[in-house]
Design a protein around this ligand. Structure first.
Ligand code: CA
Length: 239
């Protein structure tokens, strides 16, 4: 189990950002038992300072924090070139869907709600680290035979350059950050267009169609999966 978690031979470093000492201690204990290295930050500013010095392999980020909220910390992580693709799991206090969508909207890769089960949280940490293994330090997202360079805006499939419009580019980046996960049209709107912008849900269908046309070449499988009555996912498996 631990063998596939090692990145470049070193134990993965998890930064735990949590102001409640008891929870931080519990997280450290369990993560270390699973073979991770752990560093702790007690508030948002401290977390950003620590990340500036050493970029961890993953950040477990509490939503409610002194000095800077988890939301603001996540925004700043995404804004910085060197941490744009750093895996972030938000820990929210409320189990409301609004919060989870908001967490994903500002760039978190995943979220758990308090109170969380330690097993569930560790499974998410492992899954995200496995996934992010496909994301190189240069900020290239990879899925199946697709590669997106976030810095140069180059997109390739099977080594062939693709030409995407700006909305299709953001749409594909959104899906590539959360591969195989099914999103409703509303979640796609929130994640790609932003929650403050009013766009009809069927606009998503229009751009999905354009995206498919742009990325699926002759003889290539359709990597955008339509999930009936649910939404869309980036997936290589047919329904
Ligand atoms: Ca807190």
């Amino acid at each position: 189990m631990m063998a596939d978690m090692t990145l470049g031979g070193a134990k993965p470093l998890v930064l735990v950002v949590e102001d409640e000492a008891a929870i931080a201690t519990m997280l450290r204990y369990n993560l270390e038992k699973q073979g991770f290295r752990v560093e702790e930050a007690g508030d948002g500013q401290e977390a950003l300072d620590m990340i500036s010095e050493t970029v961890p392999d993953l950040v477990l980020l509490d939503w409610m924090l002194p000095t800077l909220s988890g939301i603001e910390v996540c925004r700043q992580i995404r804004r910085r070139q060197e941490t744009r693709t750093l895996p972030v799991i938000m820990v929210t206090a409320r189990a409301e869907d609004q919060d989870s969508v908001r967490a994903l909207n500002i760039g978190a890769d995943d979220y758990v709600s308090k109170p969380f089960s330690m097993e569930g949280l560790l499974a998410r940490v492992r899954a995200l680290l496995r996934r992010s293994g496909a994301v190189s330090a240069k900020g290239v997202l990879e899925f199946h035979d697709l590669a997106m360079d976030l810095a140069t805006h180059r997109v390739q499939r099977n080594g062939r350059s693709l030409h995407l419009g700006p909305t299709e580019f953001r749409l594909l980046a959104f899906f590539m950050r959360h591969p195989r996960r099914v999103f409703t049209r509303e979640e796609v709107l929130d994640g790609v267009w932003g929650r403050d912008i009013h766009v009809e849900p069927r606009t998503v269908d229009v751009h999905i169609r354009r995206l498919r046309k742009a990325i699926n070449g002759e003889g290539e499988i359709d990597v955008v999966r339509t999930v009936r009555a649910a939404g869309y996912a980036l997936d290589t498996e047919a329904v």
